[in-house]
Design a binder for this molecule. Structure first.
Ligand code: NAD
Length: 249
């Protein structure tokens, strides 16, 4: 028996990195998957890779009306939502003195406001007994210079998981967090960083991880599968740290 047979999953930011690997594993485990992202071309490529009649929707998580329309389309297509992976995010790093209001607003609008409303707007469409999983980060546990706004946005969504779990208990909807350590994805080369700069950031992060390497998107996907499936049904408002020991050792 596949772990997500007859389930419908939505993965925000499912067209790249951790979200894409997760959507693929969910589909392999029997789920019908809807992915969202901002780029139509990469969404189309991802849908082809995921297979299993998945769908892809262009949807910006910082645009609230847009989020609502996206869930309506998923409901019209698949009839329900059982698993919501709130994963879309941006990583913008700069020393405190150089961090602009625009950088702050972008970080906050996508990583915090986007998560809050991605969950709120899903409520009418989520089945009772659903699993919601938020992608946070180990930077919400341990200080990493130049990541103040990003780290605070991830700390905020860790808190959301606990509060919303309490609020959604009567519907038996679980909200948990998966916090990756540094993972080898395109996130480091977004926002104008050159390949060389992205490589430098990744090497810097990897040197501080007890496992002495970056994690992989596939390792994260295995964690999301656990949190999405009934295997984790005793886990409510909790957090899975998949970080090669970065936050604790
Ligand atoms: P990625 O850049 O490959 O993926 C990010 C995804 O978010 C993309 O699909 C992108 O389209 C989507 N996205 C960004 N802004 C969006 C918006 N406004 N609306 C809709 N979609 C949007 O990076 P990733 O590493 O796979 O990141 C996935 C999540 O994991 C993010 O929340 C990130 O903060 C978190 N994370 C990543 C790492 C890491 O080291 N890679 C570590 C900890 C946490």
């Amino acid at each position: 028996m596949k772990k997500l047979e007859n389930k419908v999953a939505v993965v925000t930011g499912g067209n790249s990195g951790i979200g894409l690997a997760t959507a693929k594993v969910f589909a392999e485990e029997g789920a019908k998957v809807a992915i969202t992202g901002r780029n139509k071309a990469t969404i189309d490529e991802a849908v082809f890779e995921i297979g299993n009649a998945s769908i892809g929707l262009v949807s910006d998580v910082s645009d609230i009306n847009n989020i609502d329309r996206t869930y309506k389309t998923v409901k019209d297509t698949f009839g329900k939502i059982d698993v919501l992976v709130v994963n879309a995010g941006v990583f913008i790093a700069a020393p405190l003195a150089d961090f602009t209001e625009e950088m702050f607003d972008q970080t906050s609008d996508i990583n915090f406001k986007g998560v809050f409303f991605s969950i709120q707007k899903a409520l009418p469409y989520l089945n009772d007994g659903s699993s919601i999983i938020i992608t946070a980060s180990t930077v919400a546990h341990k200080g990493f210079a130049t990541t103040a706004a990003y780290s605070a946005s991830k700390a905020a969504v860790r808190s959301l998981a606990r509060t919303l779990s309490a609020e959604l208990l009567d519907r038996n909807i679980r909200v948990n967090v998966l916090s990756p350590g540094p993972i080898d994805t395109p996130i480091f080369s977004r926002g104008g960083a050159s390949e060389e700069e992205a490589h430098g950031t990744k090497t810097h992060f990897a040197s501080g991880i007890p496992a002495k390497r970056l994690g992989t998107s596939e390792e994260m996907a295995a964690g999301f599968l656990y949190l999405a499936s009934d295997d984790s049904k005793f886990m409510i408002g909790g957090e899975l740290l998949l970080d090669g020991g970065a936050a604790t050792l």
